[in-house]
Write a protein that binds this ligand. Structure first.
Ligand code: DAV
Length: 352
């Protein structure tokens, strides 16, 4: 006879249960911009990762332009409404946080700070110290709620050792290509993509070996991390480099990764691997303060048949439709402006 506790657990909907990028999305986090601010990271870090023409803007106490942030907030609300209308349970962080006063960045990019792997949600040990309180401030209450809703949910908060801050190399070169050293674990969750029991990741200016080892040490049993060979001297986040649209079909950034490098991973050995077919153009306005123009690869897949894309991006819509996807259009240029697109702005909590 199952105990009452077992019977209860088996009828409770999970709050965290996802280990790929394409199974039907049931519950998701959608970020909020708040009073978003240019992140005041170390100048060497900014130089290594941010667009050259905007580097001079990354100073302490510098909010993003008010009109851009207001529109970004409205776009995030529209995304949340679209997902709700599709039957997805949507979770939102605290509203109205003044990230300028916090010396932080924004709550709009939760993908960088949280990764779900089966029933486990892991908080990333951010390399950028200006982001170290981001999850706690904006998402702390939500994470406690997720744990209450589902007794099988496991949340791994950052451990104390990951807050040490002597990470930055003042200079880097071919022998040491990254601006961070290995003195404490550091990774951004957006440097990893889930393909079931295999997680593919990249080393970057925000993800070091100690960070990869730390992630490995917190994975549920049966999961493993493999590191992809990526050609990107400014690497920070893998989610504009590869995009699995459904099981067996992946689109990739052909200047950053090769088909050969992808196929070297057993999990992709028999996949259809398709290079993104054109160079995306950034809109004239608003500026992309923090990213390249490759955000069409930063899409959110609903279920392997439907994908959310920037409403005005006709060429990408046409391309994904040729690949058999149905595109759900959402305006997102102002979210793009402050740092990312649909993948960055969300965390899938339950799929399948
Ligand atoms: O292409 O600048 C953007 C990814 C943001 N999570 C890029 C990478």
């Amino acid at each position: 006879m199952p105990s009452a506790r077992t019977a209860l657990a088996s009828t409770t909907a999970p709050s965290i249960q996802a280990d790929d990028e394409w199974s039907p999305l049931k519950a998701v986090i959608v970020g909020r911009a708040g009073r978003a601010s240019f992140p005041a990271a170390h100048p060497a870090m900014i130089k290594a990762t941010m667009p050259t023409e905007h580097i001079h803007r990354f100073l302490p106490n510098t909010p993003f332009p008010r009109d851009i942030v207001d529109r970004a907030e409205a776009e995030l609300d529209s995304l949340a409404a679209i997902l709700k209308a599709e039957g997805v349970r949507v979770y939102r962080p605290l509203a109205g946080i003044d990230w300028v006063a916090e010396g932080g960045y924004t709550g709009a990019m939760p993908r960088d700070g949280l990764i779900s792997i089966r029933n486990t949600l892991i908080e990333a040990p951010f390399a950028w110290s200006c982001r170290s309180k981001e999850i706690k401030i904006a998402y702390g209450q939500m994470l406690r709620q997720l744990a209450i809703e589902d007794e099988n949910a496991r949340i791994v908060y950052r451990s104390a050792e990951t807050f040490a801050d002597n990470l930055i190399n003042e200079s880097w070169d071919e022998k040491n290509p990254w601006v961070i050293n290995n003195s404490r674990p550091a990774f951004d969750a957006a440097d990893f993509m889930r393909f079931g029991s295999t997680i593919l990741g990249q080393y970057s200016h925000v993800t070091n070996q100690a960070g990869v080892d730390y992630l490995r040490s917190h994975l549920p049993a049966g999961y493993r991390v493999e590191m992809l060979d990526v050609n990107d001297p400014h690497a920070m986040h893998i989610d504009a480099t590869i995009l699995p649209l459904r099981k067996g079909l992946l689109v990739y950034h052909p200047y950053k990764v090769t088909e050969e490098a992808l196929r070297a991973h057993e999990v992709l050995a028999d996949w259809n691997l398709v290079p993104f077919p054109f160079i995306p153009q950034a809109p004239d306005r608003p500026p992309l303060y923090m990213t390249s123009a490759w955000l069409p690869l930063n899409a959110l897949v609903l279920d392997g048949e439907r994908v959310i894309v920037e409403a005005s991006d006709k060429r990408t819509i046409e391309f994904y439709e040729e690949l058999g996807m149905k595109c759900i259009k959402c305006p997102f240029k102002h979210v793009n402006s402050i740092g990312g697109s649909f993948h960055c702005a969300t965390v899938d909590l339950v799929r399948g």
